[in-house]
Design a protein around this ligand. Structure first.
Ligand code: GLY
Length: 558
């Protein structure tokens, strides 16, 4: 089902719900919103088998790798924001990739100090040491009720027996043909007989099924220290990469405290560095909390949101990186007083030129890269997970015999100060390449808790992610439904380029004219994002969920 539907009506103690915003209430219904119906169904299968939201998250992640292989994979990474109902604990599993030990600051530059075209995106050197398998194993063992063998079973079946090719995936595969054709096995899966798999035809990935089955049987050790590790290192080195067995053996998924902020009576719980998402989201909300967005006229509301986006992306570029390597001023950036200082440079009648703040290129297509899903189980456990290979299908290079694609996450580092990555994002030394360092991300898996109840939210979209979660948060606080939130037209500003991009439906002709008059440079572009939302309503006890109509996913109640 695409649209949210009513859940069970519970007898709630409303006063308690307001004091502790619904966090400890068992909603009685489960909900999953993900980017593909078969992934949502895989999660549902695990819930039906007695699993909790964390078990379901492993199943949904694994199924997405199979049916939406452009968005994520075992050789990628991501972050899982969890809420455990039994003790109210919020925690983030950081499964972000790390730079190999032989990586170096200038590894993607030529002798003249210029970036080598494609080196950080299309080669084996572009691959960070993957975190996805370690993250799933940690999630399963520490928070799940079932065993990995059980939660991976739906994905193994989907890889072995196949699923039907759909237009969005076919378009993505077509865009990555040159890279995918470099592996005989990838070519056989995606271009049998040299032609793309037709829409509706069965896609089978027997090698991936086998890899998942080995993981299920032998556990994650084999991936980082055993036979699969050796296979990965041999293949990557043969392709010109620098992975070693030591790199894989040293990888750890890390549990981190979420970042927390407030906005108009709501509590924002989101992912900390090495993603910039949570910090930037809270900074922008702090800036906006100095205005009453519902009292200003519509175009001024948008102007202010743009100015907040501009400032959060400027600080992202300057300050954010892996906290193990650089002192990220999280406290300062998320402090309301800091936001008050930022507000002093905002004029209601004029856009602030980004150059007046300091300096960063064109937001690239954010189509089928990365994926997000949101889960709530009947006991109140929650998961907001955003997982990625970086670009669609990562580098597109497959490790033969495994069915797995290499990520190209190294491009998320600042490969040279001021040089944009594929999302047009620039960075500084805080996000320069260093061995063992995690590259800065924009993923923003988030919970928003308020007297209204709570929302579980996130989206793929590279540099566009943080702004989408910001708009969704404003809409949730304003009382909009899950369906309204995912469908709402979008605007985006990322500091550099100093251009407001917008979906055509987001601005009226009058608003376009007025924003131009205030000094904004505007550009309409194709729609973006794939927001997945679950909402628990404290007043009614109802659960609702919605999957972005721009994608092919489903949101359902179970
Ligand atoms: N690879 C995209 C991100 O993590 O932001």
């Amino acid at each position: 089902m695409k649209s949210p539907c009513a859940g069970l009506l519970l007898a709630l103690l409303l006063a308690a719900a307001v004091a502790t915003p619904a966090a400890e209430h068992a909603p009685g219904a489960s909900a999953i919103a993900s980017a593909h119906p078969l992934a949502s169904e895989a999660g549902n299968e695990i819930l039906r088998a007695g699993g909790n939201a964390f078990d379901a998250a492993v199943a949904v992640s694994a199924a997405l790798m199979v049916v939406e292989p452009s968005g994520s994979g075992l050789l990628g990474g991501g972050m899982f924001l969890l809420h455990r109902a039994s003790d109210g604990r919020n925690v983030v599993i950081d499964a972000r990739e790390v730079a190999p030990r032989q990586a170096s600051r200038d590894m993607f530059l030529d002798a003249a100090g210029n970036p080598v075209r494609g080196a950080s995106t299309n080669t084996a050197l572009a691959a960070g040491i993957p975190g996805e398998a370690a993250g799933l194993a940690l999630l399963q063992s520490r928070y799940g009720k079932l065993k990995l063998a059980q939660t991976l079973a739906p994905a193994i079946r989907l890889a072995r027996d196949g699923f039907d090719m759909y237009p969005r995936l076919q378009a993505g595969v077509g865009g990555k043909k040159a890279q995918l054709m470099q592996s005989a096995q990838a070519a056989a899966i995606w271009f049998p007989g040299g032609q793309p798999v037709p829409v509706g035809a069965r896609v089978r990935q027997p090698q991936l099924a086998q890899t998942l089955a080995i993981l299920a049987k032998e556990g994650v050790e084999t991936f980082y220290k055993g036979a699969i590790a050796k296979q990965l290192v041999d293949a990557v080195q043969k392709m010109g990469g620098i992975w070693t067995l030591e790199d894989l053996a040293a990888y750890r998924a890390i549990e981190r405290e979420p970042v927390v902020g407030r906005y108009r009576g709501a509590t924002i719980i989101s992912a900390p560095p090495p993603t910039s998402g949570g910090v930037a989201l809270i900074e922008a909300l702090n800036v906006l909390s100095g205005y009453d967005l519902n009292k200003v006229d519509g175009v001024t509301r948008k102007h202010l949101i743009i100015e907040a986006m501009r400032r959060m992306h400027r600080d992202r570029a300057v300050y954010l990186g892996d906290p193990a390597f650089t002192a990220v001023p999280v406290q300062r950036l998320t402090d309301p007083d800091y936001a008050a200082g930022l507000r002093t440079s905002i004029r209601l009648d004029r856009a602030t030129p980004s150059a007046a703040l300091e300096s960063a290129p064109e937001a690239a297509n954010a189509g089928t890269n990365t994926t997000h899903f949101s889960i709530l189980d009947k006991d109140g456990n929650r998961v907001a997970a955003t997982i990625t290979l970086n670009a669609g299908f990562g580098s597109g290079l497959m490790i033969d015999g495994t069915g797995m694609l290499l990520n190209n996450e190294m491009d998320d580092f600042s490969i040279k100060p001021g040089v944009p990555n594929i999302y047009g994002l620039v960075g500084a030394s805080a996000n320069a390449i260093e061995p063992g360092k995690r590259m800065l991300s924009s993923i923003t898996p988030t919970f928003v808790e308020s007297p209204r109840g709570y929302m579980i939210v996130g989206s793929p979209g590279g540099s566009l992610i943080i702004g989408m979660v910001l708009l969704a948060t404003l809409d949730f606080v304003d009382g909009r439904s899950a369906q309204e939130i995912v469908a709402a037209p979008r605007i985006h500003h990322q500091y550099e380029p100093d251009t407001l991009t917008y979906e055509v439906a987001a601005l009226t002709a009058d608003e376009v004219a007025e924003l131009k008059r205030r000094g904004h440079d505007l550009r309409a572009r194709d729609s973006w994002g794939n927001l997945q939302v679950v909402i628990y309503d404290a007043a009614t006890g109802k659960v609702s969920s919605a999957s972005d109509p721009r994608g092919v996913g489903t949101a359902g109640l179970y």
